[in-house]
Design a protein around this ligand. Structure first.
Ligand SMILES: *[C@@H]1O[C@H](CO)[C@@H](O)[C@H](O)[C@H]1NC(C)=O
Ligand SMILES: *[C@@H]1O[C@H](CO)[C@@H](O)[C@H](O)[C@H]1NC(C)=O
Length: 287
């Protein structure tokens, strides 16, 4: 009779060990000084996050785990009271730096940089399950449309929690980025039948770290989502901004007919982006 509770306990222990042995994305491996140095986007993201710790602002973003990176990581560990700081990114340190340094502090300045025809501003909460209101402005900052959006990416399949902005399929990154109107995606079920807006290049904030060299295909679009009605929350994306079909249609109609924004041939993420971006996307955390 005692076998079943012990089995359950054993199962529990096994699950928690599995949890604690998993790197949180975008990290997936132990990072340390080696010869030749380890290299990759995960190291670029690590270096970018380290520069948010006071005193480490000048760390060079080399994508190589070099000696300055080891020293910076050691300093980050000692500032945050990690036991025996050694400049190795283990699972504990990976979780810690994501927890402490993921927020970019980006604040929208209420302006639109010269040369752009439109701006979309999106406030977001830490809890991305809460849908928020996006605002479409023209170049003179007149409000042309306000509409509900969802910026929640995929959930981690181990923890069930929302994946962060640095993960391949995580929440839409905050920050300022260029934006452009592209012809429709070929799959209307997943992307809707209308022209979409594509985030092209991050300028500041987390967007500047990942868009588009690490995370590509961040779009603002809708879908012909099965069994979905406008009274329901929208489905989670893979990092895109989701809007209701009527609103995404309105956006492209306003852009192309009122603001003379050209509908560029969809590049499907091919790099480098060959058109001059016509808009700007500003996403800021407000809690
Ligand atoms: C996040 O927001 C959703 C939608 O409002 C809500 O159901 C959920 O409980 C919230 N989660 C947390 C952790 O607050
Ligand atoms: C869980 O996610 C990881 C990384 O994204 C992937 O490699 C793995 O196949 C997924 N597992 C399942 C059961 O979906």
């Amino acid at each position: 009779m005692k076998l079943i509770p012990s089995l359950i306990l054993l199962l529990f222990c096994t699950i928690s060990v599995v949890l604690s042995q998993t790197y949180p994305c975008p990290f997936f491996r132990s990072l340390s000084l080696a010869n030749p140095p380890m290299n990759g986007d995960d190291i670029y993201i690590l270096q970018s996050l380290l520069t948010r710790t006071p005193g480490l602002e000048n760390l060079a973003l080399t994508s190589n785990f070099d000696q300055p990176t080891q020293m910076a990581l050691t300093k980050f560990q000692s500032i945050n009271n990690v036991n025996s700081p050694d400049g190795t990114l283990d699972i504990y340190t990976a979780n810690l730096i994501l927890e402490l340094n993921s927020e970019d502090g980006y604040k929208d300045n209420g302006q639109i940089p010269p040369g752009f025809l439109y701006k979309v501003h999106i406030p977001v909460y830490k809890n991305r399950s809460v849908e928020t209101t996006a605002t479409l402005y023209d170049a003179n900052l007149n409000v042309l449309l306000q509409f509900p959006v969802r910026t929640h990416g995929q959930n981690d399949n181990v923890t069930g929690l929302a994946e962060n902005e640095f993960c391949e399929d995580g929440s839409t990154p905050t920050g300022l980025m260029t934006f452009d109107l592209n012809s429709p995606e070929p799959d209307p079920i997943s992307f809707g039948p209308y022209p979409i807006n594509r985030a092209i290049q991050g300028i500041t904030g987390n967007a500047a770290i990942v868009i588009s060299s690490i995370r590509d295909g961040i779009l603002m679009h809708t879908g012909e989502w099965p069994n979905w009605t406008p009274s329901q929350p929208m489905p989670n994306s893979h990092g895109c901004v989701h809007g209701h079909p009527t609103d995404i249609d309105q956006v492209q109609t306003i852009l192309s007919t009122q603001l003379n924004v050209a509908i560029r041939q969809n590049t499907y993420g091919a790099m480098p982006y060959t058109h001059q971006p016509q808009g700007i996307l500003s996403i800021e955390l407000i809690d």
